[in-house]
Unconditional design. Structure first.
Ligand code: HSE
Length: 441
């Protein structure tokens, strides 16, 4: 009888090679978590992650990096045969776009945290991923640790989403929350946000709403299966929100939040369109979004079958952003090991993008007017002439003139804008101090 060898040889654990592009706050956290959770990640993936290299522009600024991993040649790193997945955490648009396209065209899956890139170039990136049959993941691009891209792309893929709305920028929420709590001005609270490290040295992208608009473009594209770019999003920031606006909102039972609002709307002509916009909004203090404080984010989704959903948490920072990147990396790595693909870009509905003038909402209009006989009637007539119905009118004595705060019923944005232009032509209206929109509750 011949002896047979019955011992089983365990199959070798597959290896998934990863290139990391960028080693800032997020890149550092990604690398740290990959190191600390190596065993767990191997079990979850069914394969072992190996970092092949980290591309940076100036290695001298990264003395903590293993010299064997560091490179300035991102393209050569991407093209290595032993790299399967590219993680892009550089930021900016042009250079990362070149690298991400190079990776996708070379058949490598990509995980990116770059909202500006995804919002500006979703068509090119999505098509390149589809052509190569690889994955493009970007959970970290919207609200960092809060899972909202995945739910829209997968969990709600069978439902009809009508609204995605929320606070998707932590810096502006910190500033507005602090203005509301202290009564201080925008400038004072912006400085505090900078001193505490919430706001960047150049806070423009945050305070002017561009960061939130990129996120709105991504959310609207996913929710409505329609390509919505950054340039399709109407965007107003918070730099003109005054302490007086905040106090007036508070007196009326509201707090001001910078909301990203993505809606499926039906125009007067009965046409279904997509509206994506970012602007300061008066939110009733009883609404859950009003209690989102400090730099937290929250996203509301309303879908026909699912009803109302809310996602809340940390929308910025190294570790929370890295959490989302790692989740995507596990997904992409599983697909490499076991086969399958993440959902590709879905734009089949191809709905038209609504003009901002076609949006309907309520308004809070703050004016200084002459305190004379007939002025209120004259002003009310301007609203009426433009089909804008008044809901409440509040008048206060103000330096020999009157401060008039009008809250309207729902009206078309284009009608309200025409109303404001006509008000500014009235000699009795000394100034229109602000026009703020109210949350449609
Ligand atoms: N700067 C953003 C914020 C985080 O303040 O929320 C990254 O998008």
């Amino acid at each position: 009888m011949t002896a047979t060898n019955t011992a089983h040889t365990a199959p070798a654990t597959p290896v998934v090679g990863v290139a990391l592009l960028g080693h800032g706050t997020v890149g550092r956290s990604v690398l740290q978590f990959i190191g600390e959770s190596a065993n767990d990640l191997t079990h979850r993936i069914g394969g072992r992650i190996e970092v092949r290299g980290v591309a940076v522009s100036n290695p001298d600024k990264h003395p903590d990096l293993d010299p064997q991993l560091v490179t300035t040649d991102a393209k050569a790193l991407i093209e290595r045969d032993d790299v399967d997945i590219v993680v892009e955490v550089i930021g900016g648009i042009e250079y990362p776009k070149e690298l991400v396209l190079a990776a996708l065209n070379a058949g490598k899956s990509v995980v990116t945290a770059n909202k500006a890139l995804v919002a500006a170039c979703s068509a090119e990136l999505g098509e390149a991923a589809d052509r190569a049959g690889v994955d493009l993941y970007f959970e970290a691009a919207v609200a960092a640790a809060i899972p909202v891209v995945g739910p829209l792309r997968r969990s709600l893929a069978g439902d009809k989403v009508d609204t995605v709305m929320g606070i998707v920028n932590g810096t502006t929420n910190f500033i507005l929350d602090a203005m509301d709590k202290t009564g201080a001005s925008y400038d004072v609270m912006l400085q505090e946000a900078m001193d505490l490290g919430y706001a960047e040295a150049d806070p423009t992208a945050d305070v002017e709403g561009h960061d939130a608009a990129s996120k709105a473009a991504i959310l609207a594209s996913l929710a409505f299966h329609t390509r919505v770019n950054f340039s399709d999003v109407h965007c107003e920031g918070i730099s003109n929100v005054s302490a007086e606006d905040v106090a007036a909102a508070k007196a009326a039972g509201y707090t001001i939040k910078l909301l990203a609002i993505c809606e499926r709307i039906t125009t007067d002509q009965g046409e279904e369109k997509v509206s994506a916009r970012v602007h300061p909004t008066l939110v009733p203090i009883s609404h859950p979004l009003a209690s989102v404080s400090k730099s937290f984010n929250a996203v509301f989704v309303e879908a026909e079958a699912a009803g109302k959903l809310m996602f809340y948490g940390n929308g910025a920072g190294g570790a929370p952003t890295a959490s989302a990147v790692l989740g995507d990396l596990v997904g992409a790595a599983r697909n490499k090991v076991h086969g399958g693909r993440a959902p590709g870009e879905s734009t089949y509905a191809n709905l038209p993008i609504a003009d901002f003038g076609e949006v309907t909402t309520r308004y809070h209009v703050d004016m200084n007017v002459a305190d004379q006989v007939g002025v209120l009637a004259e002003i009310a007539k301007v609203f009426a002439d433009h089909g804008v119905s008044l809901r409440t009118v509040r008048q206060e004595e103000h330096d020999g003139a009157a401060r008039l705060i009008v809250v309207t019923h729902a009206a078309l944005e284009r009608d309200l804008q025409a109303t404001v232009a006509a008000l500014q032509d009235l000699s009795a209206v000394r100034s229109v101090n602000s026009v703020l929109r109210l949350h449609n509750d």
